[in-house]
Ligand binder design. Structure first.
Ligand SMILES: [Zn+2]
Length: 314
């Protein structure tokens, strides 16, 4: 998506707006601009050598540079660099200043800009036919003959990524194990009488970490899997906590305690116990879900760019 601020700037600089992005050459570099959640994204296509990548990375790791251009994060690849600019009041002014500065800075550090093919690294002569391809949200100018190979490379990457995605089973296992671990903490807290609903957030956190640690991949199913595992962990935690309490209070066996637990649920005399159980579970689950979503939001940013997509723009 391109909102008004970027659109006006695109018009001013003669950039094209299509496919939810603005792209074109600024200061000798192919630049792609787009909106994100609370950020604006600036991608600059350019061939980086190890040396230039090191210098540019060093510069943008300094607090001064980050602050001046509101760089929330950046990622550098062989084919270009992506900046996420924190979007608050006056962002367009910052972006304008940044794009005044950036092309010269990249040139000084030996980054090859527009005029060099991103696919093969050779110069694109005036007589050469060239194309602009959109790869993973970044526009690149390449030789006509190179566009095929570059897109193929990107598609192979994507295919590889998609086969990795199929590995959902491990992710499910990881999420459940993580949630159960969090559930045990919940159970202990419940048992010793130090239960706070915020412990639920730990379940959500561990479910996400479990999913990711065991190699569950980024896909649409990730969120529902983690949320279900989280709820499961919360119910498990509270159930174990209550059963343990019953075991100790009534000095009975585990099996008897489990039966008693279900018995209490049916006995109107223990309505207070049931309502207490429900309130704690509801509050804890709420925190668990919020915790999971919080971590997911944070990691989804890191995983963005994992899925490649290609398209010929011109
Ligand atoms: Zn080429």
């Amino acid at each position: 998506m391109v909102a008004k601020g970027l659109k006006d700037y695109a018009n001013e600089k003669g950039l094209k707006v299509s496919d939810g992005i603005a792209y074109g050459v600024i200061g000798g570099y192919m630049v792609t601009l787009k909106e994100g959640y609370g950020i604006k994204e600036i991608s600059v296509s350019g061939a980086f050598t190890d040396e230039s990548a090191r210098k540019v990375t060093e510069f943008f790791q300094t607090q001064g540079a980050k602050k001046e251009y509101r760089v929330a994060s950046f990622s550098l690849m062989r084919e270009g660099i992506i900046f996420e600019i924190t979007d608050t009041i006056g962002t367009m002014k910052v972006i304008k200043a940044f794009l005044e500065f950036l092309p010269n800075f990249l040139r000084q550090n030996g980054v090859l800009g527009d005029g060099f093919c991103t696919a093969c690294g050779n110069q694109i002569e005036a007589a050469d036919a060239s194309r602009i391809v959109l790869i993973n949200g970044m526009a690149h100018r390449v030789h006509d003959g190179c566009s095929g190979s570059l897109m193929e490379r990107a598609n192979v990457e994507q295919a590889r990524h998609e086969t990795e995605e199929k590995n959902l089973g491990k992710g499910v296992l990881g999420a459940v194990l993580g949630a159960l671990l969090g559930g045990l903490v919940w159970a202990v807290a419940y048992y010793i009488g130090y239960f706070f609903a915020i412990i639920g957030a730990l379940i959500g956190f561990l479910a996400v970490k479990g999913y990711e640690k065991l190699g569950g991949k980024v896909c649409k199913a990730k969120m529902p899997i983690i949320l279900i595992a989280t709820l499961f962990g919360a119910i498990f935690g509270q159930f174990v906590g209550d059963v343990a309490t019953i075991m100790v209070a009534w000095e009975c066996s585990l099996v008897d305690a489990i039966f008693s637990f279900f018995y209490l649920f049916q006995d109107p005399e223990y309505a207070d116990f049931v309502s207490g159980f429900c309130v704690d579970l509801a509050l804890g689950s709420l925190f668990a879900i919020l915790g999971a979503i919080g971590v997911l939001k944070k990691t989804s940013k890191e995983n963005k760019g994992a899925a490649l997509s290609t398209k010929i723009l011109e």
